[in-house]
Design a protein around this ligand. Structure first.
Ligand code: CAA
Length: 246
């Protein structure tokens, strides 16, 4: 497999870590970003202990200028970004009638506007090189909605609108753009949901359990291969059967 430079935003999270393990395992040079330097360094060391060398760069995906600097640093050190996984995401759950503007805009900036901020600085290079793989990590809740997540569901649904437009514009340039929509995976984000609420959610999953980060990472890594060159504009649901809509 050709070794490429891959950027996975939000690498320190559960799903991001698993994606980085997969891409590094395929021989790619891997980079991620941090906002909290101490947390980023702790995580980088833990990955190094596993034998995975991750370039960690300061970068706030909700800030366009920060993303331009982040991409420049990565490309200077590792070469052009050929694989981009827009994975960084946050929740600020609240029923809408109690939601503050801050809860709304933080989620939209970090989950949706980040797609512009991070992808815009890499897309022209991918087009010039005639090869690229872009994967958005959306959510089951962007497909089905979720009580308490008007902000998150709106942003996550928007990510797939971004995917299918970008896929059309860039298909002729050897660039595929796809979405992966995970269901409830056993990460810190899901474990932060109150236990009694979480138990009710798990009871709705036909497979009968939360997902594992590796079960998402495996599919993301497949989308980034040469063999997946005819898959573009897809939205792959990986959710234990929790939502089976089209
Ligand atoms: N369906 C119907 N009613 C519901 C409900 C649901 N799914 N969830 C809560 N309610 C009801 C409660 O029973 C309660 O009703 P009563 O007032 O009649 O008793 C009412 O809503 C509570 O509403 P409040 O506005 O007072 O809400 P709250 O402050 O108690 O918190 C909440 C509500 C924030 C939505 C909380 O229930 C919650 O955290 N839910 C989980 C949301 C969720 O799934 N988040 C996913 C996070 S993980 C993630 O996002 C990753 C991913 O991609 C999957």
């Amino acid at each position: 497999m050709t070794q490429r430079t891959a950027l996975v935003t939000g690498g320190t999270g559960g799903i991001g870590t698993a994606i980085i393990r997969y891409l590094a395992g395929q021989g790619h040079r891997v980079a991620s970003n941090f906002r909290d330097a101490e947390k980023g360094e702790r995580w980088r060391k833990a990955m190094a202990d596993e034998g995975i060398d991750v370039l960690m760069v300061p970068g706030d995906v909700s800030e366009p200028g920060s993303c331009v600097d982040m991409i420049k640093t990565i490309e200077d050190k590792l070469g052009p970004v050929d694989i981009l996984v827009n994975n960084a995401g946050i929740t600020r759950d609240s029923t809408f009638h109690k939601m503050s503007y801050q809860q709304w805009i933080d989620v939209v900036n970090t989950n949706l506007n980040a797609c512009f901020n991070v992808t815009r600085p890499v897309i022209e290079g991918m087009r010039a090189r005639k090869w690229g793989r872009i994967v958005q990590i959306s959510s089951i809740n962007g497909q089905k909605g979720q009580y308490g997540q008007a902000n998150y569901a709106a942003a996550k649904a928007g990510m797939h609108g971004f995917t299918i437009s970008l896929a059309q514009e860039n298909a002729k340039f050897g660039i595929t753009v796809n979405t992966v929509s995970p269901g409830y995976v056993g990460t810190d984000m899901v474990m932060a949901v109150p236990e009694e609420v979480r138990e009710k959610i798990v009871a709705q999953i036909p497979v009968g359990r939360l997902g594992k980060p590796e079960e998402i990472a495996h599919a993301v890594a497949f989308f980034t291969t040469d063999q997946a060159s005819w898959i573009t504009g897809a939205n792959l649901a990986i959710n234990g059967g929790h939502y089976m809509g089209w």
